[in-house]
Design a protein. Structure first.
Length: 228
């Protein structure tokens, strides 16, 4: 296994605690594919035959509500995994749509290939269970926040999370990924675009963010954390 591939897999939560011998087995079943911006990787309801991780670029995972409104589930970047919920299920379908929002190289692992490795390696099975359990807890925490906090606090929490996972440090502050649109942000917060725009304007007037350019820049990270 070359050093670059090993470092990449160590950043993927599902494989971060595997030893080198098990990582070697995983690397042998990975397919890499390039996707251009706005390309759909899979649609909600498609047969779930594989799961994915991001080598480079960014991906938006979203669902449609019963009324047809888009709900953004995640913004994902380097090292993140998605569609792992289809693992170890018969006749699984993808529960959401994955769309590339920045040209990406995606690692693809067919479920049947990983399941074969798990059957032969109990230690791999244990590590995968731990990683999947951690992901479930993270999702539950987000659901709790969505139910408990108002739109302003949810917006701030999303901005902070995006700064951590998809922000770039500049001389003016932390710039969020330019490909995350206002509509994407609203869908992630769980509110309307108009409400999100009003909240962003308030935060801009308070001097903790700057929305004058194409992207959102967090100019006062600590101030944003305590704004509420």
């Amino acid at each position: 296994m070359n050093i670059e591939e090993k470092k990449l897999l160590r950043k993927v939560s599902l494989f971060s605690d595997l030893d080198d011998a098990l990582l070697e087995l995983v690397i042998n079943v990975i397919e890499f594919k390039n996707f251009s911006k706005n390309k759909i990787i899979f649609l909600e309801g498609d047969p779930g035959s594989a799961f994915y991780f991001i080598k480079s670029g960014k991906v938006k995972v979203s669902k449609l509500s019963e009324t047809g409104r888009e709900i953004v589930v995640h913004f994902l970047g380097h090292g993140d995994i998605f569609a792992e919920v289809t693992l170890f299920q018969k006749d699984a379908v993808y529960p959401a749509t994955a769309e590339v929002i920045e040209d990406a190289t995606i690692g693809i692992i067919r479920n049947k290939n990983l399941e074969g490795l798990v059957l032969d390696n109990p230690q791999m099975a244990l590590e995968l269970i731990r990683a999947l359990t951690s992901k479930i807890m993270s999702i539950q925490e987000r659901i709790r926040h969505l139910g408990a906090n108002d739109a302003v606090e949810r917006t701030i929490q999303v901005l902070l999370a995006l700064a951590d996972g998809h922000g770039s440090k500049t001389k003016n502050g932390i710039e969020l990924c330019v490909n995350i649109t206002r509509q994407d942000l609203a869908a992630f917060v769980g509110t309307t675009r108009e409400t999100t725009s009003r909240i962003l304007s308030k935060l801009n007037q308070a001097g903790v963010i700057d929305i004058s350019g194409k992207s959102i820049v967090i100019t006062d990270f600590e101030g944003l954390k305590t704004w509420c």
